[in-house]
Design a protein around this ligand. Structure first.
Ligand SMILES: [Ca+2]
Length: 199
């Protein structure tokens, strides 16, 4: 069915289908979008890596305050550059077919700025700063808002949420996944931030 198809074997398409929440048609559409970011490079090498600068021009990412973190989290080389497979992973996680638990896991990783698998005070500050930045507040206002937000209280809420999740984990015989624990933790943090920011 034309040029786009010939870049992948049936086998490759089947593999991609198994590894994502996409149909083969959607995978080909993703490849088309990946190619459009840098047609010349992708035409000569279908496994080419594209810079985060190019990836961030995608309409879905352009206005996202965490776009650099998103590129970083999905970059298999951890430098923010994305291969087509990385790009496909990213699009798949953001697609409506991806389960919420998967989305939460990635949200957690995006907010975990120092990548120590824990949302600490520094991470929270950065999240707030970026969310406020998106509302076009001046630096002064951002600082004022951060002053108003009780980080200690937020951390306490987060700790409680983690304890609650741990308790649930124990009562269910340790069968609850780490993803579930993170979801509770993450939800509590986000709702606290929202509440505190509505000042
Ligand atoms: Ca962290």
């Amino acid at each position: 069915m034309g040029g786009q198809h010939s870049q992948f074997t049936e086998e490759e398409l089947k593999d991609y289908q198994e590894l994502t929440y996409f149909t083969q048609k959607e995978i080909l559409h993703c490849h088309k979008r990946f190619s459009q970011l840098d047609p010349d490079t992708v035409r000569t090498d279908k496994n080419a890596k594209l810079s985060s600068r190019k990836i961030m021009t995608l309409p879905e990412l352009r206005v996202n305050p965490f776009k650099d973190r998103i590129c970083r989290v999905f970059s298999s080389s951890k430098d923010g550059e994305l291969t087509f497979e990385d790009f496909l992973d990213m699009m798949s996680v953001f697609s409506e077919n991806a389960p919420k638990s998967v989305k939460v896991e990635y949200a957690f990783r995006i907010y975990d700025f120092n990548e120590d698998d824990y949302i600490c005070e520094g991470d929270l500050k950065k999240v707030i700063q970026r969310l406020c930045g998106d509302q076009k507040l001046s630096n002064e206002n951002v600082n004022a808002l951060i002053q108003k937000i009780d980080i200690v209280k937020l951390l306490e809420i987060a700790r409680q949420a983690k304890q609650l999740a741990m308790a649930l984990l124990n009562t269910k015989g340790g069968k609850v996944s780490e993803g579930f624990l993170k979801e509770r933790f993450f939800k509590a943090i986000v709702s606290s931030i929202k509440k505190e920011a509505e000042l």
